[in-house]
Design a protein around this ligand. Structure first.
Ligand code: COA
Length: 166
């Protein structure tokens, strides 16, 4: 069984992520969406459990996709899935240097671990979780950017956070 691990912060999961997951699920036997910590980022909007719950809500119709919360190093985490590869989406040239650095570091730690890159769909090359959060804070319609199952959850959470900081 060929497993692909798709790691990220997913704070929150967007239509761009979903596009990569659908395409990976059509190629690999199993896709593990791993909700992880990027230590370079400040306070996330959602807890890991909330991010997991939203991703599960959105992905429940895909039988070969599972969602997990994971901490620690991705290269170590991947050891539990024999022969697994990492899948990442490349949105633009600006992603490349950072992604290459991560792929090479992961391979240094776990030499059997390959990273496969999927070109992000043109429709989503501009998208990021931060952009969506910013739009939400201005009350924008999020349906072009987020799976419909979580639009309201994200809008409510951003509003709640904004109120707390008023
Ligand atoms: N469509 C839309 N948005 C996308 C996207 C796509 N196809 N691909 C990436 N993005 C967005 C993400 O939402 C994220 O947006 P944000 O910065 O506004 O939150 C941004 O692009 C960067 O994504 P990514 O490069 O996947 O970073 P991340 O922070 O989501 O995830 C981890 C990084 C968690 C995978 C990485 O930090 C990690 O592996 N952590 C574990 C610890 C570890 O092993 N560290 C050493 C790594 S060498």
């Amino acid at each position: 069984m060929k497993t692909a691990i798709y790691p990220g912060s997913f704070d929150p999961i967007t239509l761009g992520h979903l596009n990569i997951i659908h395409r990976a699920a059509a190629t690999f036997d199993r896709v593990v969406v791993a909700i992880m910590v990027n230590s370079g980022k400040k306070q996330p909007l959602f807890t890991p459990e909330e991010r997991c719950e939203m991703a599960r809500r959105v992905l429940c119709s895909l039988p070969n996709v599972e969602v997990t919360c994971a901490d620690g190093l991705l290269a170590e985490y991947a050891r539990q899935y024999e022969g697994a590869v990492i899948v990442k989406g490349l949105r633009a040239l600006t992603d490349f240097e950072y992604e290459l650095q991560m792929a090479l570091t992961n391979k240094k730690i776990n030499p059997g671990l390959e990273t496969y890159f999927l070109a992000a769909s043109e429709r989503y090359t501009y998208l990021s979780s931060s952009i969506v959060k910013e739009l939400a804070s201005y009350g924008a319609d999020l349906s072009e950017f987020l799976p419909q199952e979580i639009c309201q959850t994200v809008a409510d959470k951003v509003r709640q956070e904004d109120k707390q900081h008023e």
